[in-house]
Design a protein around this ligand. Structure first.
Ligand code: ASP
Length: 304
């Protein structure tokens, strides 16, 4: 029997009690629900996993309550520098974009690169030129500066708050009725990150990976730690070569070298049988999933 499924995340992060206001959490739940519907509808109508993950992530990129596209964290210079990656589990074709500015939908730019090639990755100015060539929608810096990201940037810049820089990401994995898996991840990275920083999201095998023969994975958390542990590829390898069930593989990969790869880590994953895995070591992981005609689930806090 054919099955289809979609899983989303809106970032795993460790937060102090009360740091995420009930209003913000409510906005995020609505946003997750809308993105889930956008992706699910495509799968339900027989569309591809690739189209579904792109549509879901575009929805989250438009939503200022998530750190991707419009709501992206600002860099040290106060600019939004965007990273995104998309991968087709059927063909292993992929597109990755790093440090691009002004592009409203970095995930669609990554998709255009996947389609057109010949390169798999483009960064900064080259990515922007490619966006112009493809007619991708652009926006001025003010579009990416929301009240929240500007305030967070000011707090960090003025050292008013003795707090760790925040981070978040959005991602989606999907399985379509033809048995194809796909993944998409998009992020503004870390608050106050250095100009030109590259996180794990656009690193294939780091924060993003999909192959039809094992699983599709999108990660979130401290990018430096995730990249060094090649988290998405580790999950793939545990499923493919150790034949671990998906959730077990995710847990094992997250715990990998925990003594020297400490940090926030989270992942969503799907396998060709439609098994859903969502694992994280944080107290907040915005997440949503739906398998076939089943119920849609949306959750934010660990204990939900
Ligand atoms: N992994 C992202 C990055 O390091 C941030 C996050 O997922 O929270 O850029």
């Amino acid at each position: 029997m054919s099955i289809y499924a979609i899983v989303l995340h809106g970032g795993a992060v460790t937060m102090q009690p009360g740091e995420l206001s009930p209003e913000e959490a409510a906005f995020q739940r609505v946003g997750l629900g809308e993105a889930l519907d956008a992706g699910w509808q495509i799968l339900h109508e027989g569309g591809s996993a690739l189209d579904a993950v792109e549509a879901a992530v575009r929805c989250l990129e438009e939503n200022e309550h998530f750190n991707a596209g419009r709501g992206s964290s600002l860099s040290r210079q106060g600019e939004a520098e965007l990273d995104a990656a998309i991968m087709d589990g059927r063909t292993l074709q992929a597109g990755i974009i790093t440090g691009v500015k002004y592009v409203k939908h970095p995930i669609s730019l990554a998709r255009a690169l996947l389609e057109r090639g010949p390169h798999v990755g483009l960064s900064g100015e080259g990515a922007l030129e490619f966006a112009l060539e493809c007619g991708q929608p652009l926006a001025p810096p003010s579009y990416f500066e929301t009240e929240k990201t500007r305030r967070q940037w000011l707090e960090l810049a003025q050292q008013e708050a003795e707090r760790r820089a925040g981070h978040d990401t959005v991602g989606a994995v999907a399985l379509d009725l033809n048995g194809n898996l796909a993944v998409a991840t998009s992020t503004g990275g870390l608050e106050g990150q250095r100009k030109g920083r590259v996180g794990d999201s656009p690193v294939l095998g780091g924060g993003t990976y999909a192959t039809n023969d094992a699983c599709a994975v999108s990660c979130t958390g401290d990018g430096e730690v995730i990249m060094r542990g090649a988290l998405a590829h580790e999950i793939y390898a545990l499923v493919k070569y150790q034949r671990l069930p998906l959730a077990e593989a995710c847990r094992a990969a997250l715990a990998l070298r925990d003594h020297d790869l400490q940090g926030d880590k989270g992942c969503i994953a799907l396998d060709p049988e439609g098994h859903v895995a969502i694992e994280f070591n944080t107290n907040v992981m915005r997440r949503a999933w739906r398998v076939g005609e089943g119920e849609a689930y949306i959750a934010i806090f660990k204990d939900e």
